[in-house]
Ligand binder design. Structure first.
Ligand code: ATR
Length: 287
């Protein structure tokens, strides 16, 4: 990598950022395309966040940055322009800086859907029933993407029931016709007599710790074609995914989503086409 007076900067804003995989992904792509760019971690503490985000656009050769925990929601209000989906989801993970102005995007929802498509090409979300576990920011983004893809029914379940009710109300403002049901959180929910979901998505943070157990009882789904999608990628296999494998269900973790949201961000910054070009690197990057 050659750094000179014309090098432009990309990065990832967060706190902490030491565990992020984004620098590896983006610097790999920068080298592949021989671009005069560098992608660096941008670790900013909460008390410095306001100063950082207000002034970052002042650096002429700062091309853009990703945003990770805990700033995805907070950053939105500082953007000069926000894409419609990021506006609805209420969170941004990608900023493009042009003429000292900040443009905010959310590429997580693209990554979320594309990862499903890449892994299960025959699985068409249309007319599917989907159970989403959780009601935080990640759940909102997932639900938005699923309803956009015209699923038949969305079932929301969250430990704090009221948050799921609130999320349903928010979603109905945008998707007035959507079939959205909220269920009380219950580990044994899938044991009760009802339609088996085609897809279960875990958007909660439960599963991150090695001591975390499975969040929902899957045994009843044994032999079904249900896909269990856990957005967590570290650990690679949460207790939920291990259980799903035990019952011969199809599984997906969050790693492919991470890679695909990165490819989409890179496309926004560089103008390199995602579908024709960047997607070629998917297999290498997901390993
Ligand atoms: P994010 O923006 O990543 O979605 P969040 O807004 O903090 O993060 O939401 C975390 C989600 O994980 C919530 O749905 C939370 O449930 P509550 O709304 O009841 O807090 C869920 N969660 C976290 N720990 C959990 C646990 N031990 N069991 C079940 N759900 C859990």
């Amino acid at each position: 990598m050659k750094i000179d007076g014309k090098t432009e900067i990309l990065g990832v804003l967060g706190y902490p950022v030491t565990h992020t995989l984004s620098p590896e992904i983006h610097n790999f792509l920068i080298q592949k395309y021989k671009l005069n760019l560098v992608y660096i971690p941008l670790e900013v503490q909460e008390h410095n966040f306001d100063a950082f985000i207000k002034n970052i656009g002042a650096i002429n050769n700062f091309k853009g940055f990703n945003i990770t925990v805990p700033y995805k929601v907070k950053s939105l209000a500082y953007m000069d322009v926000v894409s419609p989906e990021a506006e609805f989801i209420g969170a941004i993970n990608t900023v493009s800086i042009k003429n000292n102005k900040c443009y905010g995007y959310n590429t997580d929802n693209f990554g979320f859907i594309k990862a499903l498509e890449m892994n299960f090409p025959e699985f068409n979300l249309r007319n599917k029933e989907v159970l989403v576990l959780g009601a935080g920011g990640a759940a909102k983004a997932a639900a938005f993407s699923l309803l956009n893809a015209k699923i038949k029914k969305l079932v929301l379940m969250n430990r704090t029931h009221q948050k799921a009710v609130n999320l349903r109300n928010t979603l109905l403002q945008m998707f007035g016709e959507a079939n959205i049901e909220v269920k009380e959180f219950n580990y044994s929910f899938l044991k009760t007599k009802q339609a088996i979901p085609h897809l279960i998505v875990n958007t909660t943070t439960y599963g991150l710790r090695s001591t975390d157990k499975d969040l929902i009882h899957l045994q009843n789904l044994k032999g079904s074609s249900t896909i269990v999608y856990d957005l967590i990628y570290n650990p690679k296999k949460t207790a939920l995914l291990k259980d799903a494998e035990k019952y011969k269900l199809r599984t997906l973790n969050g790693k492919d989503m991470l890679v695909l949201q990165a490819l989409k961000s890179f496309s926004i910054w560089t103008g390199i086409s995602l579908e024709d070009e960047l997607i070629k690197h998917f297999d290498k990057l997901r390993k």
